[in-house]
Design a protein around this ligand. Structure first.
Ligand code: ATP
Ligand code: DNN
Ligand code: MG
Length: 243
């Protein structure tokens, strides 16, 4: 059924948190949802068997969803490609002497779609991160036609990165399904509260004028992984067209 691609304006912007919390909220609405990670870098090797561990982001998704690791996690369907070096996937794969085959990812997504109503597929870094020497993340999304959920924040520089990302998505003929504003950088210690508030206002107005069908969501800081509420409008649920 539905696949939504979760990207962001950069690495460390909160895609994993947004993906896990979104999945948790969809579960609350009785929607059968699973998350997937396009490719994970920075993965440790299991000393017991010498194999790459399950992707870190998948483990955090499950913690945020409040569920155990699933059979599709244990057999690595939710993240077939995992590499040790915490770098761009094209470099991490190259250092591992490996070439990522996008078809393997597509087949994994299709397997998940058989058993789940919604697949939330999280990217690595931002939209133009190369997953091979020849293929950018956005190239892959465009071949699949997935709607994109873009995660941003109030960090100084975010307005420019958000608008560039929106233009890139649109230029490939893809839908900007949602923009999720993550409150992680709002505090005075991270940025400047006035800048964060102004960024929210600017982005909301920009979307209303230029992307009227795009959902605007706000992700609070998660002090307690299992308790925080992330409200989804009913229009968001309807857009999934699953029932
Ligand atoms: N809403 C939030 N509440 C609390 N902590 C957060 C929140 N969003 C992000 N963080 C913190 O910021 C860090 C980076 O966030 P996250 O791992 O979600 O980034 P990412 O965009 O998924 O990065 P990557 O490109 O590596 O997948 C996390 O380790 C987490 O500690
Ligand atoms: C290791 C890190 N946390 C991410 N998963 C990978 C980020 C790749 C960014 C590449 C780039 O934009 O230069
Ligand atoms: Mg992540």
């Amino acid at each position: 059924m539905s696949v939504l691609f979760i990207s962001g304006i950069d690495t460390d912007i909160g895609k994993t948190y947004a993906t896990g919390m979104l999945a948790k909220e969809l579960m609350k609405q009785s929607i059968n949802v699973i998350t997937q990670k396009l490719v994970q870098t920075g993965v440790a090797i299991n000393p017991d068997n010498g194999e790459m561990n399950i992707a870190d982001d998948i483990i955090i998704h499950r913690q945020l969803m409040g569920i155990a690791l699933q059979p599709y996690d244990l057999d690595f369907t939710t993240c077939p490609y995992r590499y040790q070096k915490p770098a761009s996937p094209h470099l991490s794969a190259q250092l591992a002497g490996h070439t990522l085959d996008p078809e393997v990812i597509t087949n994994a997504t299709q397997s998940l779609q058989v058993d789940y109503e919604v697949v939330l597929l999280e990217g690595a870094g931002g939209l133009l991160v190369p997953i091979t020497e020849a293929l950018l993340t956005l190239d892959y999304i465009a071949t699949q036609g997935y709607p994109v959920i873009l995660v941003t924040s109030g960090r100084l520089g975010s307005i420019n990165h958000t608008l560039l990302s929106l233009e890139a998505i649109t230029s490939r003929g893809l839908d900007v399904h949602s923009v999720i504003y993550n409150h992680i950088h709002d505090s005075a210690a991270q940025t400047d509260e006035q800048i964060a508030t102004s960024t929210i206002d600017f982005l909301q107005n920009y979307l209303a004028q230029n992307y009227p069908d795009t959902h605007w969501l706000q992700l609070p800081m998660q002090d307690d992984l299992y308790e925080t509420v992330f409200d989804l409008p009913t229009t968001f649920i309807k857009s999934l067209k699953i029932r």
